[in-house]
Design a protein around this ligand. Structure first.
Ligand code: 13P
Length: 248
């Protein structure tokens, strides 16, 4: 049985003091034995939020990482740095980073391999654009993104890999995928993992849905057989994130 995972992606919201306050207020509310709750916060708030969450099972995560160990990469952060802080999760290949910051399928793979090497759980984002869906290319797009992302990753490692299916047209738009669309895409991803790595790896992998998840639609989405939780943007910086995490 896969344990549900609900990760909040704060994106570029909350100053460190505001992050501290929110994390302190939410930590017991988000702490539930049934669900792994994660707050993926801006780098500058990682330590603050980690400290604020101490004593609870809620974990902190980063929103990006570089794939090199060290070097002249101004403004970047390495997996070793995150690991040394005790950051257990990192989002990799979010569509905002793919679209606006030149992230590619290749860098997603390099980052994933490096995160796993440092014992950090990658939350790998995949998903099609509105146009790709309209042109019936969703399956092909997902297939390519997954094939690249998981290149050279062993079946055994998949229990420490999280995939987030985030259709780009559903991110921040209020237009959530239907249960059927979300389930179909997540099932397809699981099938592909099975074909590549076998059924055990496919059963081990947690696959999340992301895109306009709210307290109103979370429960039904997360109850679908191939959806193991969510990656949540806007609704994760509000107190009602509690209802999303608890699937109430
Ligand atoms: P929203 O939940 O705001 O649509 O954002 C989804 C997302 O991008 C999570 O990574």
């Amino acid at each position: 049985m896969r344990k549900k995972l609900v990760a909040g992606n704060w994106k570029m919201f909350f100053t460190p003091p505001a992050a501290k306050k929110f994390a302190e207020e939410m930590k017991t509310k988000l702490d539930t034995p049934d669900v792994d709750a994660v707050l993926c916060v801006p780098y500058v708030s990682l330590q603050t939020v980690k400290d604020a969450l101490a004593g609870s099972n809620v974990k902190v995560g980063a929103q990006n990482v570089h794939y090199m160990d060290e070097g002249a990469y101004t403004g970047e952060i390495s997996c070793e740095m995150l690991a040394s802080m005790g950051v257990p999760y990192v989002i990799i290949g979010h569509s905002e980073r793919r679209e606006r910051f030149g992230e590619t399928d290749t860098t997603v793979n390099l980052k994933t391999l490096k995160a796993l090497k440092h014992g950090i759980i990658p939350i790998i984002c995949v998903g099609e654009s509105q146009r790709q869906r309209r042109e019936n290319r969703t399956a092909n797009v997902l297939r390519k993104q997954i094939a690249f992302a998981l290149d050279e990753i062993s079946p055994k490692a998949m229990k420490n890999v999280v995939i987030a299916y985030e259709p780009i047209w559903a991110i921040g738009t209020g237009e959530v995928a239907t249960l059927e669309q979300a389930e179909e895409a997540c099932a397809l991803i699981r099938k592909q993992i099975e074909e590549r790595m076998g059924s055990e790896a496919a059963e081990d992998t947690r696959i999340l849905y992301g895109g306009s998840v709210t307290p109103e639609n979370a429960k039904a989405l997360f109850a679908m057989p191939n959806i193991d939780g969510g990656l949540v943007g806007g609704a994760s910086v509000k107190p009602s994130f509690e209802q999303v995490v608890r699937c109430e």
